[in-house]
Design a protein around this ligand. Structure first.
Ligand code: HSE
Length: 402
């Protein structure tokens, strides 16, 4: 029997209990063991809950019980999740988590502790919710040199951008509606500023490179400056605007990761990923492109991913599943050197100046008064910033992907 303790009986934690209960037969068969929820750690009591008797308030009860083999850390936040995870791993208890913040900050250390104590630190649910993406990168694409990952990794912003595209509405209005419907948090900063996607691409980039990609070094831009007018132009171009999180290993061996809104064409596989859905597009040097799509958030999809990790732990008791994510930090190319094409909006009376400064460009014609819009040739961020400064007025600029 595998005794499981769930830390945090919130949305994901209660989902973990529900998944284990509902799919008991399937899960036990696939684990080769029967899973037993032995404890649930939470500060609150849950009178009337079928698992009421499992609730404990003191983590020591769990740590001191040698029968507990697997811990599901579904608390979120860094503290005390970090201390609890570390403690559990030192005791040889495997930890399965949905906590992207903790994984992005302490992944290499917690993985090392798992190795040293012959247990596992697994985090399938930390990126893309229920979408299997960590496991494919870690175990399935092992014959590949992965050189590019492009993801829509945040459901809230994808929902907002999809609505803006569909309804021609402005960011603030859609955000308000999304908050009312519960699709966006009351404090939406982490989502709309791109911080959530940044943590997730840091994790995927670390697995892609096998080294540590620090999320603090990733250039991150959110969607708060995207307007209804931008979508008029996007439509005229047959493109959509998506918040992409990407990491690239360039031909010269340099590496970069970034999070920013991009205009992508209809032919791009991520174009039709709309609403709260997430998708991750992976490029390997032998396989070429592969894509992973599904629900990137929500109680049961996320819990399903946590439980899939519990099953993996049950199958590997006393053994650590290999995961290549070293302590060594990856040196990222400075954002100044990264090259893209840019869609640019300026005032109509700056047309001549824009042509003089940017040279070769493609004019974008749309039903917008008083503006001149164009697409630049491929250029570095630094070159673009210099030219934009010379022009003196850029109403908005959005990078192009493909
Ligand atoms: N806030 C996240 C999102 C939840 O909107 O995708 C999952 O990490």
């Amino acid at each position: 029997m595998i005794n499981v303790a769930v830390l945090g009986y919130g949305t994901v934690g209660s989902g973990v209990v529900e998944v284990i209960e509902k799919n008991k037969e399937e899960i036990n068969k696939k684990s080769g063991e029967s899973l037993n929820i032995k404890y649930i750690l939470d500060l609150r009591d849950f009178p009337g809950d079928p698992y009421e008797s499992k609730v404990v308030h003191d983590v020591e009860v769990i740590m001191n019980d040698p029968e507990v083999n697997v811990i599901c850390e579904t608390m979120g936040g860094i503290h005390p999740a970090y201390e609890f995870s570390k403690r559990a791993l030192l005791l040889g208890k495997s930890v399965c988590t949905s906590n992207k913040e903790l994984v992005a900050n302490y992944g290499p250390e917690l993985l090392r502790l798992a190795r040293e104590n012959k247990c596992n630190y697994l985090f399938e649910a930390s990126v893309g919710g229920g979408i299997p993406i960590i496991r494919p990168i870690n175990y399935s694409l092992t014959a590949e040199k992965i050189d590019g990952i492009t993801g829509i990794l945040n459901g809230t912003t994808n929902y907002i951008l999809s609505k803006m595209a569909l309804e021609g509405a402005d960011f603030e209005d859609v955000l308000e509606e999304a908050q009312e419907k519960g699709y966006a948090e009351r404090n939406p900063e982490a989502d709309v500023e791109g911080y959530d996607a940044c943590r997730k691409i840091a994790i995927l980039s670390s697995l892609m490179t096998g080294k540590n990609v620090k999320y603090e070094d990733i250039y991150t831009e959110g969607i708060t400056k995207i307007t209804a007018t931008d979508f008029i132009y996007a439509k005229a171009l047959g493109r959509s605007i998506k918040l992409l999180a990407m990491s690239r290993e360039c031909e010269d061996g340099s590496f970069y990761a970034m999070v920013a809104p991009f205009m992508i064409p209809m032919s791009h596989p991520l174009y039709s990923v709309t609403g709260v859905f997430n998708a991750v597009f992976v490029h390997g040097n032998m396989l070429g492109d592969s894509m992973y799509y599904g629900k990137g958030a929500g109680k049961l999809p996320t819990a399903s991913a946590v439980v899939s990790d519990v099953v993996d732990c049950a199958r590997h008791i006393g053994k650590t599943i290999m995961c290549f994510w070293d302590d060594e930090d990856v040196r990222q190319t400075k954002v100044d050197n990264i090259k893209h094409r840019f869609f640019v909006r300026t005032k109509a009376d700056l047309e001549k100046a824009a042509i003089d400064i940017f040279g070769m460009m493609r004019v974008v014609v749309a039903d917008v008064e008083g503006e001149y819009a164009f697409i630049t040739e491929e250029m570095s961020e630094k070159e673009f910033e210099d030219k934009a400064e010379k022009l003196g007025c850029v109403l908005n600029r959005i990078r192009l992907e493909a």
